[in-house]
Design a protein around this ligand. Structure first.
Ligand code: HSE
Length: 309
């Protein structure tokens, strides 16, 4: 049996405007990588983390990759020793599913080493446990698409019902990451606990419209549906220039633009690569007007999810 493996898990855009905690998609790049090596210790340990500037916990029980592996091994009833090396390519607190990608890469690697005993969908709960460690909330809208690829709907949490959406149309994602950090735990704390009936109606219409737009390859319907009346009105206060950056993305031809996960990264979806590039320039320009430096990624969707490399 092979005793060492390397895995990659992609960044993700959670919420996708109208699907707070219930919808996310994976992009082709960037993503996090892990190398897992089995040993005789009967314990899970973190050997090294590269790329986090020393900020992530080195204790396996407090680290998303470590927790994911521990909870997986416990569930399948194996007590093997595992050493984890984590290569962080995703910035922390960026809204690109950084904590999710580390946990997912580790899970896909350990599942491979154990003979792929569980399906990708069956791995979702262990990745959610890792999310709980990272930000205090076991939401699945980053981990499920990072594991399964494409657009994934979390139809319900109790019991968990995860559905991959069959998307055939071309979509390009622009991610613009302003150089500020927003912790998911902080940006969840500011959310209003009660939603008005009017907002619930608007949000339901938009999420249904987005699902139909994606499955029926209807760009105009997707564009009309990429709106969020629940999280964005509160969270946009964390992101200087949010309104003008979003307007610039849409004026440049983007189908829609919103906060990626809990921010501060903004995402935009476009029907063509050259539009996605124009959108990126327009968004960067507007952020610069607000004295914010940015990093940009333009990526196709990732349809397969995390993989062994
Ligand atoms: N749905 C989660 C949130 C995603 O918006 O808090 C966090 O990346």
């Amino acid at each position: 049996m092979k005793n060492s493996v390397r895995a990659f898990a992609p960044a993700t855009v959670a919420n996708v405007c109208c699907g707070f905690d219930v919808l996310g998609f994976a992009v082709d790049h960037p993503g996090d990588e892990v190398v897992l090596t089995l040993n005789d210790s009967r314990e899970v340990s973190i050997a090294q983390i590269i790329g986090d500037g020393g900020r992530l916990p080195r204790e396996a029980g407090k680290n998303t990759a470590g927790v994911a592996v521990q909870s997986y091994l416990q569930a399948i009833g194996e007590q093997v020793g595992v050493e984890i090396e984590l290569f962080k390519n995703l910035p922390l607190g960026s809204g690109m599913g950084s904590s999710a990608a580390s946990g997912v890469a580790a899970l896909v690697a350990i599942n491979h080493l154990m003979g792929n005993r569980l399906t990708r969908k069956e791995l979702v709960p262990f990745a959610m446990e890792a999310e709980r460690i990272a930000c205090g909330s076991a939401h699945a809208d980053n981990v499920a698409p990072s594991l399964m690829g494409g657009f994934v709907l979390i139809r319900d949490y109790q019991p968990l019902d995860v559905v991959k959406i069959d998307v055939k149309l071309e979509l390009y994602c622009t991610l613009v990451h302003p150089h500020i950090e927003v912790k998911t735990s902080d940006s969840r704390r500011v959310l209003r606990p009660i939603v008005s009936l009017r907002d619930a109606v608007t949000q339901s219409g938009n999420i249904a419209g987005l699902m139909l737009g994606l499955t029926q390859s209807d760009y105009a319907l997707i564009a009309r549906s990429l709106k969020d009346v629940i999280a964005e009105p509160v969270r946009s206060a964390f992101i200087p220039g949010f309104e003008t950056v979003r307007s610039a993305a849409i004026q440049a031809g983007g189908l829609g633009c919103g906060i990626s996960g809990s921010g501060p990264t903004l995402f935009a979806l476009s029907s063509q690569m050259d539009i996605a590039e124009r959108v990126a320039k327009a968004m960067q320009h507007e952020f610069a007007n607000h004295q914010l430096k940015t990093d940009v990624v333009i990526s196709k969707l990732n349809l397969e999810g995390a993989k062994i490399i």
